[in-house]
Design a protein around this ligand. Sequence first.
Ligand code: PEP
Length: 246
Amino acid sequence: MADRRKLAAGNWKMNGTTAELSQIDALVAAHGDAGCEVLICPPATLIAPMVARAGGKIAVGGQDCHAAEKGAHTGDISAGMLRDAGASHVITGHSERRADHGESDADVRAKTEAAIGAGLVAIVCVGETLDEREGGRTLDVIDTQLAGSVPDGATGDTVVIAYEPVWAIGTGKVPTTEQIAEVHAHMNARLKERFGDAGDAIALLYGGSVKPSNAAEIFAVDKVDGALVGGASLKADDFGGIIAAL
Ligand code: PEP
């Protein structure tokens, strides 16, 4: 069995100004030497100051990148620019990007390739809607998204997968541990089929309404190697409780 990295990743989404950088001081003080990787993905405006403030104790990542290296793409940021600002990771294919910006699996794959090419670890998000779950299509959706969004040559050093059921994001609803176990075992099997041992080494995060009160139960599920956390990553106390459970 592969030794997959353990990662507690926070996604601040479109929240946070310089005033909130103080959350990083509290996180570093409490968890800078945690036994897992700790990552915060703030808005792009905060990446460089957060890197400076974290002093290498906490990794900092982007929430999205463009597939191109540079050019006429007003408002976009390339993977190389994130790297230049000090980021080590980037989230690709978050369901909010897929829904709000119409990102297809092919788009996500191109962004993920660009991220890897720039030396970033890509956290590729997949997950079914409520309709898809209720229609019994969860594993088919995951298969399609994994096949379409994860580039050839992915390894445990370049890619992390986050399973985020769309209906669990920001809703307080969490799948049962059996539902999480089924999807994570399925993703691990598919990645092994496609990439062999390198696929087995790809870490699998769960994301969707993770809180300090449910983190330990979720982390006890087989093949859950950490979490991608939205709302509960905004406050160091809450995120600290999740890190402590990993
Ligand atoms: C997310 O946006 O990736 C997420 C998991 O959000 P939340 O933890 O708030 O459900």
